[in-house]
Design a protein around this ligand. Structure first.
Ligand code: MGD
Ligand code: MGD
Ligand code: MO
Length: 756
């Protein structure tokens, strides 16, 4: 089914290509971030807003989940270029009014690109599209809640889906999951299902905790930092400051990535005068250009060398682990030929990496989507755990496991019970509030799409995010959403999910406050709390006047919806919305680790949640030990003439929010429909640099096509191509997911390039 891309999305008539950059940030970075901010907010608002990002008493940057340093060590500008862009997207002065929706029919909006939709500004008024209507129309909040309630009360609770994106605060997340469960379902799919689910599953099964085991100080104190499948220069720029600091204190850095990402090669710290003008700090000591999906074999090979060299922390292995014999026996059989084919690396490259592991007294391994979104993601992350266990690198200063989270509160949302499984504390919460909690496991994101497709789910409700664009198999997902009787979206900005509709269905757009805005409720001005990638919980307080007087907070929307759907409920929804302290009190009573929540979160630094492996080498697994695991190497078979395609973020986007059409560090300007291919692969395929191709993915159930991409000759590993999401999500088969976590394999799509 060839589908024409929306007209203004092909904006690559002016596309230029310069090749990858060697260094990240510095003066151009600051300039780009500020230019984006001034463009959206004007000079005064930019100045007033950006000084409060990530400061004590300020608001948490909606950019990423990388932690802030202790308050006394924070820079005056504790944000990065891309944080400035994220803030600007929200604090923009542009507004979408009811007149906008009167001017643009739903069909007209559906024809626009994600970039165009996002550029229109903040949503200001609740809007509805009724069955048969061609346009969205304004409606009052009470009517909106009544309409949603009417739909939710007409179906079985398990026919409703409650999606969450990771910007939602702890308070909103907690009342949201409480509402879904009081209503009767665990159907709480979230963006984490597409993100770090594989990390949570892998770590839960091995160290007994689904979260990373390091603090920011550990990163600063590390002697070796390994960055696997992550592009921090674009996606976690503040992490580069931590890498630079560690480096200056003697740490070595290994980067493992099929692409030579600029931020990992050299870094110009924009927070230091020398970084603004000088040539910057060289970061990676060793870059391993691994084949996509080759990391499992690579970490097995490193483990085998460490064993051969006797570089094992035997006292740690004996005292704290189980499964070592099976692991070692498996590695004794390791097939060097298979390792070479899987990784594409030479024995010398692998040995150089293993040497650095063997020589390091304190190693932190960081990873992100390059590991979590592949078929063997869970087993791969467990191989990293194996190597860290061999060397005794858990619960030791300067060492540990560091899954670098994406959305600024995605980790907190899971802590708050945004999960398709019932959390351990759910029964206790039910007892406290005299509610019978649902025990049936709910749907994750992929299962939610199938449930809509197959007619088992009828109402889709989202707090944040952009489900239609972020999820795999776009055509299938859009049809699935269209089959619902109601889709409702609590959002700050217009996006694809609002305009994927059918004639018969009702769609609600419910505009909410963002992080940067003042949140005043009956009990006065409120703040919310978030948890970063290293389990620090702290407050976030907005100061700007709301984008419109009609906006409600996410907490207020969820509580009003709960009251409308459950009029007889004895849960004090109104009190929660009036004063978030009452939500925090309930969290304190319910969720382990939140004792003294209200007082602790009012301190400038907030507090760090307990993590037994990190704190005391206590492993809450069934046998109380950290587990070694053994997994086979299974080559990703790519047929002749095909490439393994991964989908990444450009420097100018936040997931499905497109800030602009450039990807500065990869040298691409004014276009997004590009595919990066190794020059030798181009020669073999008989394609010229700059040729136009359709991307065709091949899967057991047939082909999927994304038309009109320009080929860019690029130093990616042979056989491994790259392009951007969300454009390429049309190519990701719904059933192609990671074993154990069900995360879509958006980094491993088998494609052929067909000249257009
Ligand atoms: N500015 C900005 N910041 C963001 C986001 C954003 O979109 N924009 N998104 C946020 C979110 S939700 C997330 S989850 C994070 C994402 O942060 P990242 O994980 O850095 O994001 P990606 O762009 O998906 O980059 C994946 C990296 O993995 C590499 N890779 C791909 N396949 C493999 C493989 O098989 N092995 C190895 N070793 N490497 C591989 C790719 O080349 C690429 O460098 O960023 C967060 N921060
Ligand atoms: N092919 C491919 N697909 C991927 C990925 C990939 O690497 N490749 N990455 C996956 C990953 S890691 C993730 S996390 C998901 C992201 O999936 P999502 O979290 O669903 O998507 P986002 O683009 O982050 O959501 C953006 C929307 O959130 C809304 N929003 C922003 N701020 C707020 C707020 O404060 N409150 C509310 N209520 N709404 C707000 C705005 O309306 C905006 O349009 O995508 C996944 N999809
Ligand atoms: Mo993510």
């Amino acid at each position: 089914m060839a589908k024409k891309p929306p007209r203004d999305d092909v904006g690559d008539r002016n596309l230029t290509v310069r090749g990858p950059k060697a260094a990240a940030a510095g003066l151009p970075g600051v300039g780009h971030g500020l230019a984006a901010a001034v463009n959206q907010m004007g000079v005064r608002r930019t100045a007033l807003t950006l000084v409060r990002v990530n400061q004590a008493g300020g608001f948490d940057c909606p950019g990423c989940a990388w932690p802030e340093p202790a308050p006394e060590h924070r820079a005056h500008a504790e944000f990065c270029e891309n944080g400035a862009k994220a803030v600007a997207e929200e604090a923009t002065l542009r507004r979408i009014t009811p007149e906008f929706f009167a001017r643009h029919s739903v069909a007209d909006l559906a024809d626009k690109s994600d970039y165009w939709l996002g550029q229109q500004g903040r949503l200001t008024t609740p809007m509805v599209k009724h069955p048969g209507a061609t346009h969205f129309r304004p409606l009052g909040w009470a009517q909106a809640f009544a309409l949603a309630a009417e739909h939710l009360r007409a179906i079985e609770p398990d026919e409703a889906l409650f999606y969450t994106s990771g910007r939602t605060s702890n308070e909103a997340a907690f009342v949201y999951q409480l509402f879904a469960r009081a209503y009767g379902t665990n159907n709480l799919p979230d963006c984490s299902n597409m993100c770090h689910e594989s990390s949570g599953v892998a770590l839960g099964a091995t160290i007994g905790m689904g979260k990373g085991s390091v603090t920011l100080d550990d990163v600063h104190d590390a002697k070796l930092i390994v960055v696997v499948g992550q592009n921090p220069g674009t996606n976690h720029p503040r992490m580069l400051t931590a890498l630079e600091r560690a480096k200056q204190r003697g740490a070595k850095i290994i980067s493992i990535n099929p692409l030579p990402e600029a931020g990992l090669i050299r870094f110009k710290n924009p927070q230091k005068a020398s970084g603004l003008v000088g040539s910057g700090t060289p970061l990676a000591d060793l870059h391993l250009p691994v084949r996509v999906g080759g990391d499992l074999a690579l970490f097995q090979a490193i483990g085998a060398l460490l064993l051969a060299w006797g570089a094992v922390d035997e006292s740690f292995v004996t005292a704290y682990t189980s499964g070592f014999e099976d692991y070692a026996a498996g590695l004794a059989q390791l097939d060097a030929e298979l390792v070479a084919r899987a990784t594409g690396l030479s024995p010398a490259e692998i040995e150089a990496a293993a040497r650095l592991f063997a020589e390091s007294e304190a190693t932190v391994v960081c990873w992100a989507m390059g590991l979590t979104q592949g078929r063997d993601a869970v087993a791969t992350i467990q191989e990293i755990v194996n190597v860290q266990l061999l060397r005794g690198m858990i619960g030791k200063p300067g060492a540990g496991l560091c899954p670098v989270r994406g959305h600024s509160n995605v980790q907190g949302d899971r802590t708050m019970g945004i999960w398709h499984e019932p959390p351990t504390w759910l029964a206790g919460l039910g007892d406290r509030l005299s509610l019978t909690m649902p025990s049936r496991r709910g749907y994750d994101t992929v299962e939610a799409i199938r449930a809509m497709r197959d007619g088992h789910a009828k109402v889709f409700f989202a707090v944040g995010g952009n489900f239609a664009a972020a999820t795999p198999d776009t055509d299938v997902t859009e049809a699935a959403l269209r089959s619902c009787t109601l889709t409702a979206h609590v959002s700050t900005k217009l996006n694809r999910s609002h305009v994927v509709t059918s004639d018969e269905q009702t769609v609600l757009i419910l505009p909410c406050l963002g992080r940067t805005e003042r949140d005043v409720q009956a009990a006065g001005e409120q703040f919310v709390t978030v948890e970063d990638s290293m389990s620090n919980v702290h407050a976030s307080r907005g100061r700007l006047d709301p984008a419109s007087p009609q906006l409600l907070s996410e907490v207020a929307i969820v509580c009003a919806l709960a009251r409308a759907v459950l009029p007889e409920s004895t849960v004090p929804w109104e009190s929660y919305a009036q004063d978030y302290r009452s939500v925090r009190a309930l969290i304190e009573q319910t969720v382990p680790g939140f004792d003294g929540f209200e007082a602790k979160v009012r301190t400038p630094a907030g507090f760090t949640l307990p993590h037994p492996p990190r704190d005391s080498r206590t492993f809450p697994t069934a046998d109380g030990r950290a587990r070694f695991t053994a997994s086979p190497i299974q080559l990703l078979e790519v047929p002749e003439g095909r490439l393994l395609l991964q989908t990444v973020r450009s420097h100018d986007q936040y997931n499905t929010t497109i800030y602009g059409l450039d990807d500065r560090y990869r040298g691409v300007k004014a276009g997004r429909r590009v595919v990066f291919v190794n020059p030798d692969d181009l020669a073999t395929l008989g394609l010229a640099d700059g040729a136009m191709v359709d991307l065709i993915s091949e899967w057991a159930d047939g082909e999927r096509r994304a038309p009109a991409f320009r080929v860019i000759a690029y130093p990616t590993v042979r056989g491994c191509a790259a392009t951007y999401f969300p454009e390429a999500n049309v190519l990701v088969p719904l059933d192609s997911t990671a074993a154990g976590s069900n995360t879509p394999t958006s980094k491993q799509i088998i494609v052929r390039l067909q000249p257009a």
